[in-house]
Design a protein. Structure first.
Lengths: 308, 341
């Protein structure tokens, strides 16, 4: 450190022996960020959900009440929205895991260095494109005269698509205006968030553990079930937290693709915007937080984090 | 008697690197067999062929007389203790040990009983509920051993099993492994780069170098009658004398090896024993090891030879000084003629 000013050198010397001060200095920015910006706004949101709106004046009454939550759970339409969103989040999470596992497994354990780099870039590439562009592109792909139905027709599977679209709940006039189409878009959108943590977890499973398992008489299926899958579970849990919470909170995909039924995110958007009912919007946004907390508790119960 | 393990002209190459070059060997049932060699000599590849983790490009692998060349590891009656132990981190010690029974569909009560027995055998009876991460290196080693033995294999393979342990523990485990092998009577095949370990534990040792078996013999024969310069200097230490200098001493242009402890330092004036080979030189340095000292002597017009001198051979006060003129002598029958390489 020749030529550095004496002041800096003295400061370095001073820091050298004072670890606690140094750590405090490092901790201050993240703590400020978490404490004020994140927890602060979360707390403000929670507060709002315990207020209510005066139906005549449309003004917020800043007094503690459970009326807003009562309103949320007593109206069947509201409960429907919560159930619909939850079911979609569960379906998207399961489908993402099923689709992501073979991809992540190939990337982490079978691909050579070049192929691995190619796959990592390939998985992340869609994230560099605007979210809105992708959703609108999907609406065109899934439209009645879109490439998806053309492709299905060319493969001679038109009757299969038509009978699928006639199914209650998931069906609709076209893929672009059905829950099935919305589900496809959700899975496409969140797939990288599932693949990446899963691949990272699978990469950390030592090869010798699989060999030890085979050595002790386990067939490949048993090795997968008893060794690889349990050790990949933290990655699966991390990925599913992404897919689950992203689906619970999203309001753009349900408003562009799919059937007209409302989702939680859309409800929050509408209540705090057009309707001006901030307490109800706040109550609605508390729902995903609670659901994710329950989900994490369940995952922990099932031992998803044991291998950490 | 059918060999427990037999390799017939087994070869394995990784790209252009030949890991095993047409290896043939046979291990007798109940034998404690060591594969010894420096890293990259092919000993681990050889073990992997026997376990079934790798397949020979050509040649055959037989277990108990049955060709298993194309049999996957889970259908071979062979179990392995891995170098890093490869214990399952998400299972308890008892679950690790019982794993081999679990995948074979043995019921839970029976699994628990036999895992308990195996843990008793390796003196870890009280540790069944712990996780592998809560154990010391030596304990993990013993869990790996118990896990590998629970399926009652005909052959136990050990891949550098003591490599990660410290010296004291390693010596204890050597004795323990040897005793265990004798008690169970199963064939042990054991990979190591530590010649001391191979000599002290094995019934027979195959010395590997560059994908070939350099010599396959009992430890005593390996030490006393090494066939090549590589074996002479890899197993124990040896002075390998070659070419012109060998010719000058023996009259034959053939390399020979002489162990440092068989070379004597004779004071300059004294007569050497009758018939001894003798040469003069300058003492370059002396390394004191306690029980013995190691002297390096630059022979006039020749190489540097090592001499191990027992502490009792040096009379008090008669220490050798660096730069002193000394004469070296050894009995001609102690020199081992080496094959040309």
């Amino acid at each position: 450190m020749t030529g550095s000013p004496a002041v800096l050198r003295r400061a370095s010397a001073w820091f050298q022996g004072r670890n606690a001060f140094y750590v405090a200095l490092l901790l201050a920015p993240p703590l400020l960020w978490l404490g004020t910006v994140y927890l602060g706004s979360l707390f403000a949101l929670l507060m709002q959900s315990f207020y209510s709106i005066d139906e005549y004046t449309a003004r917020i009454v800043p007094e503690f009440t459970l009326r807003t939550y009562a309103q949320l759970f007593s109206q069947p339409a509201h409960v429907d929205i919560v159930v619909r969103t939850l079911l979609m989040a569960v379906a998207v999470t399961i489908a993402s895991a099923v689709v992501a596992f073979p991809v992540a497994n190939y990337m982490a354990r079978h691909a050579g260095p070049k192929m691995k780099a190619f796959f990592y870039v390939g998985v992340m590439l869609p994230m560099w494109t605007s979210y809105l562009v992708k959703v609108y592109a999907w609406r065109l792909i899934l439209a009645k005269e879109g490439i998806a139905s053309w492709f299905v027709g060319a493969a001679g599977l038109k009757p299969v698509l038509e009978s699928t679209l006639e199914l209650p709940v998931v069906g609709g006039p076209s893929l672009a205006s059905s829950y099935l189409g919305m589900f496809v878009v959700f899975v496409y959108m969140w797939l990288p968030f599932m693949i990446l943590p899963l691949a990272a977890a699978l990469e950390r499973v030592p090869r010798s553990l699989e060999q030890a398992s085979a050595d002790l008489g386990a067939r490949p299926g048993q090795t997968f079930r008893h060794v690889v899958l349990p050790l990949a579970l933290p990655g699966l849990a991390a990925g599913s937290i992404f897919t689950f919470s992203l689906t619970l909170g999203d309001f753009i995909i349900p408003s562009i693709v799919g059937a007209p039924g409302f989702f939680i995110g859309m409800m929050v958007y509408q209540q705090q915007g057009t309707a001006g009912n901030l307490p109800l919007a706040a109550a609605f946004s508390v729902v995903p937080i609670v659901l994710i907390a329950l989900y994490l508790a369940l995952a922990r119960r099932l031992g998803a984090f044991d291998a950490l | 008697m059918t060999a427990a393990i037999e390799l017939r002209a087994a070869s394995r190459a990784f790209g252009t690197v030949v890991a095993l070059d047409s290896i043939s060997l046979a291990v007798a049932p109940g034998e404690f067999f060591a594969l010894l060699g420096p890293s990259g000599s092919g000993k681990t590849t050889c073990l992997r062929l026997i376990a079934g983790f790798d397949r020979a490009d050509s040649g055959e692998v037989l277990l108990g007389g049955v060709d298993v060349t194309d049999v996957p590891p889970f259908d071979r009656n062979v179990n392995t203790v891995f170098q890093d132990y490869a214990l399952f981190p998400h299972m308890s010690v008892a679950e690790n040990v019982a794993y081999g029974l679990k995948v074979r569909g043995v019921n839970a009560a029976e699994r628990r009983r036999r895992a308990g027995e195996m843990l008793e055998l390796v003196r870890l009876g009280a540790y069944g509920d712990r996780r592998p991460a809560q154990l010391s290196g030596g304990q993990r080693q013993r869990v790996a051993l118990a896990r590998a033995l629970i399926n009652q294999p005909h052959v136990l393979l050990l891949d550098e099993p003591l490599g990660a342990l410290d010296l004291k523990l390693r010596e204890e485990m050597q004795a323990e492994l040897k005793a265990l092998q004798q008690r169970l009577g199963i064939t042990f095949v054991f990979v190591t780069h530590d010649q001391g370990e191979a000599l002290s534990m094995a019934d027979r040792v195959a010395v590997f170098s560059q994908g070939r078996i350099e010599q396959l013999d009992t430890p005593r024969a390996l030490y006393n009658r090494p066939r090549t310069a590589f074996v002479a200097s890899f197993v124990g230490s040896a002075n390998v004398v070659e070419d012109a200098f060998a010719e000058r001493l023996t009259g034959r242009r053939q390399a020979f090896a002489i162990r440092p402890e068989l070379v004597e330092i004779v004071a300059a004036g004294d007569a050497a024993p009758e018939g001894a080979v003798r040469c003069e030189g300058t003492l370059e340095d002396v390394l004191y090891h306690g029980a013995s000292s190691r002297c390096h002597v630059r022979v006039d017009g020749g190489p540097v030879l090592a001499v191990a001198r027992a502490e009792t051979a040096a009379p008090p006060g008669a220490e050798l000084r660096q730069g002193a003129r000394v004469s070296l002598a050894w009995r001609p029958e102690h020199a081992v003629m080496l094959e040309a390489q």
